[in-house]
Design a protein around this ligand. Sequence first.
Ligand code: GLN
Length: 278
Amino acid sequence: MGDAASALREAAQGLSEISDSPRLDAELLMAHALRIDRSELLLKLPELKAPVEFSALVERRQKSEPIAHITGMKEFWGLDFQITPDVLIPRPDSELLIDEAVRIFGSAHPHRIVDLGTGSGALVLAALHEFPEARGLGIDASSAALQIAHNNADSLGLTDRASFMLLDWTEADWTSALGSGFDLILANPPYVSTLAPLSADVAGFEPHQALFSGADGLDDYRIIIPALEKLLSLTGLALLEIGFDQAKPVSKIATDSGYHVELKQDLGGNDRLLVLRR
Ligand code: GLN
């Protein structure tokens, strides 16, 4: 293997066929192979050699495997999360939920937070990181996902305030195990239509259980939204991530259930979040 700079150039060229961010992908894989972070890689690039394992990592990416699966990590809200194929890879768009929570609560911290469909724990753990006085609960129907969420709570130093529960909201009376009085409910439930065409890295590698929600992508909202009133404190609010084309139908489910609804866009200008209050 030669110098890292030319190996990066070559890899980025090859990856441009399968990725929208080939150069970034190559840099993340190189940093991983060198066991340094990306900023150190960029700083020291002229003097670095490409390690032998780099080309094998690039080959995996060439077959559409997500970067987060190859490196086993994904950054969310500036924090490092362990990621495996058992959990949805946290998306930058979902940081909007944390942004909004911080904006709305300000210094009036939420005390109790619940994250419905927590996966890697990204949402509840990022929220606990922002709100040092809060306690958070993450629920998920996958015990493999909860293991990852636990590991992430541990590595982020949040185990004393985070707990996790195996719970499937398709089962009757699922809310009774949770209690009530949550000031902040976070949810990025499955919301993709089973008919939607997805890219190879998503469809081929990410957990379908965390993505798909019936033919119109709304099956899980139809369960979650009417149940929120049992969980919410009097002044509490729920932040729900939605697909870019779901503002209307999900708002309708929410207003039919008696909530006041506010819609927010992500940085790309897409509808991404509904804020629900009593
Ligand atoms: N944002 C994800 C995607 O577009 C979907 C996440 C979800 O279903 N909650 O692939």
